[in-house]
Ligand binder design. Structure first.
Ligand SMILES: Cc1cc2nc3c(=O)[nH]c(=O)nc-3n(C[C@H](O)[C@H](O)[C@H](O)COP(=O)(O)OP(=O)(O)OC[C@H]3O[C@@H](n4cnc5c(N)ncnc54)[C@H](O)[C@@H]3O)c2cc1C
Ligand SMILES: NC(=O)c1ccc[n+]([C@@H]2O[C@H](COP(=O)([O-])OP(=O)(O)OC[C@H]3O[C@@H](n4cnc5c(N)ncnc54)[C@H](O)[C@@H]3O)[C@@H](O)[C@H]2O)c1
Length: 442
């Protein structure tokens, strides 16, 4: 009964993205999920965060126009916003599972663990398959210091019934910056505690400094070079302790990175290798065990671990597992911190452009006073562009503004299609929009 062509472990964006096309190609497919069907992004990641951010963004944008056509700043009603968020998150798991079942894809609820390279145990059940695809994603990492158990996670933040008066995030990455922006605008006193001087180290340093200034103006405090050593819970408050540092807050959240769900699969039994970044695969997403593949966040890779990357890998494997073909080739992957404002980047980094100035031309444009941004009274809009000197092609960009992701989406397409600045200038875009500014960049 429980014999399949392909069994996918993990019912997130990667797993679901592969299950349907393999089933359509005539394979007998099963998906195993131990938690909420749909995975991190729609249940406890991108989507709930974006719903909360929607109200926050509306508040900030209104605030910018108070005295310029608006009379007052609307206030965030957190319990009401949380209820609105639940209208998105509550149906996800049942709907995702039901979608698979109605398509004729077998589903198993429970924790999957390998018995051997063709056998999986899921609770009391045993499943055998020709091939397995591991798509188990990541979970919040821990600090592993005394009192670590008192720290909440991003999952807890996204379901907070009320916004605490004072909170801290330990670890200054994507999640801390995004959730801090939400919490600060919702009225909390917010600290981001980071262990060195470079939060958001994947992004251009100058741009991160600008984002930090903007968040500081919204009340976020950055406590840098703080190496947390212990946590205490006293009188309903959390005390964070480090050398020469102590902070008492109502709630503290660990945001110091995410850990691949590779260590719970009994990989040792099947000779599949994993390092601290996740499961090691070749350029066909195949592990050291030829019939076992991995995709999505659980994979050890240098590119950002994002929902569209999981989708891209699922689409690749849906071809690869039906008819063996070419190695996976990723396009330029854009990435964004949905803070207030947003910080987005794509392609060759600003840092690389500075180091290789013989090869790249770099240009900073302060767009704050450009009409696109000024008519909304935005506090800051800036673009750092990188152009290949020899070809005149745009090869990299970092943008900060309330709409940075829009410009970076256009620039991603421009970079991936190898357009030159001249070709960009030859196109006609709608005015006044972010796109109509493209001709002035680079
Ligand atoms: C707070 C937050 C905000 C984010 N915001 C964004 C964003 O704005 N944009 C973006 O692109 N990305 C964002 N991400 C990242 C995005 O959520 C992930 O890249 C995406 O969900 C990865 O998909 P996946 O299918 O690889 O893994 P997941 O979505 O994590 O799915 C893996 C599934 O496998 C299950 N599983 C794990 N182990 C087992 C096991 N042994 N047996 C059975 N099932 C198992 C898990 O329960 C999970 O459901 C965010 C993440 C977080 C945490
Ligand atoms: N907008 C988006 O696309 C988005 C949003 C949220 C999350 N994500 C995904 O989730 C992943 C995880 O996000 P994240 O923010 O948890 O991790 P991250 O890796 O982006 O940031 C964690 C930060 O914590 C720091 N840190 C580590 N240990 C620490 C300690 N003991 N004390 C203080 N600081 C410490 C690290 O130096 C790092 O800068 C991202 O890399 C991304 O793939 C994406």
């Amino acid at each position: 009964m429980n014999q399949f062509n392909t069994v996918i472990i993990g019912g997130g964006p990667a797993g679901l993205g592969l299950a349907y096309p393999l089933h359509s190609a005539g394979q007998k497919v099963a998906v195993v999920e131990e938690n909420k069907w749909g995975g991190t992004c729609p249940n406890r990641g991108c989507d709930p965060k974006k719903v909360l951010l929607g109200a926050v963004e509306a508040q900030v944008k209104s605030d910018q126009l108070v005295g310029r056509g608006l009379n007052q700043t609307p206030q965030i009603n957190w319990p009401q916003l949380m209820k609105f968020k639940q209208t998105f998150t509550d149906p996800v798991s049942d709907n995702s599972r039901a979608g698979l079942v109605s398509a004729g894809i077998e589903v198993f609820d429970g924790h999957a663990s390998f018995v051997d390279e063709h056998t999986l145990s899921v609770g009391e059940q045993t499943i055998t398959a020709d091939r397995f695809v591991i798509a188990t994603g990541q979970r919040p990492g821990r600090l592993n210091v005394p009192g670590d158990e008192y720290l909440l996670t991003s999952t807890d933040f996204l379901s907070l019934p009320t916004m605490p008066a004072k909170i801290a995030f330990i670890g200054g990455g994507y999640i801390a910056f995004e959730l801090a922006a939400i919490a600060a605008v919702a009225g909390a006193e917010v600290h981001i505690i980071h262990h060195n001087e470079r939060p958001l180290k994947q992004f251009a340093q100058a741009a991160v400094a600008e984002l930090m200034n903007q968040l500081e103006a919204k009340g976020v405090q950055f406590d840098l070079n703080v190496e947390t050593q212990s946590i205490k819970r006293e009188a309903d408050q959390t005390v964070i302790q480090a050398p020469n540092y102590e902070l008492t807050v109502d709630q503290a959240f660990v945001t110091s990175g995410r850990v691949a769900n590779a260590d719970t699969l009994n990989l040792a039994a099947i000779g599949v290798e994993a390092d601290r970044h996740g499961i090691v695969v070749n350029d066909h997403l195949q592990t050291a065990q030829p019939n076992i593949y991995a995709m999505g966040d659980v994979v050890a890779k240098r590119i950002p671990k994002l929902t569209p990357v999981s989708g891209f890998e699922a689409a690749y494997l849906s071809q690869e597992l039906v008819e063996s073909g070419a190695a996976i080739h990723y396009p330029e992957i854009p990435t964004v911190v949905f803070g207030m404002p947003r910080l987005a980047q794509v392609g060759i980094s600003w840092q690389t452009a500075q180091e290789q100035s013989d090869k790249y031309r770099s240009q900073v444009s302060d767009m704050t006073n450009w009409f696109t941004y000024k008519h909304l009274n935005e506090p800051l809009a800036k673009a750092w562009m990188v152009v290949d000197k020899q070809t005149d092609q745009i090869v990299g960009a970092t943008v900060i503004s309330n709409e940075a992701e829009t410009l970076v989406n256009y620039l991603t397409q421009i970079i991936n299609t190898g357009q030159t600045m001249k070709q960009v200038k030859e196109q006609v875009f709608l005015y006044p929009t972010e796109a109509s500014d493209l001709e002035y960049l680079g």
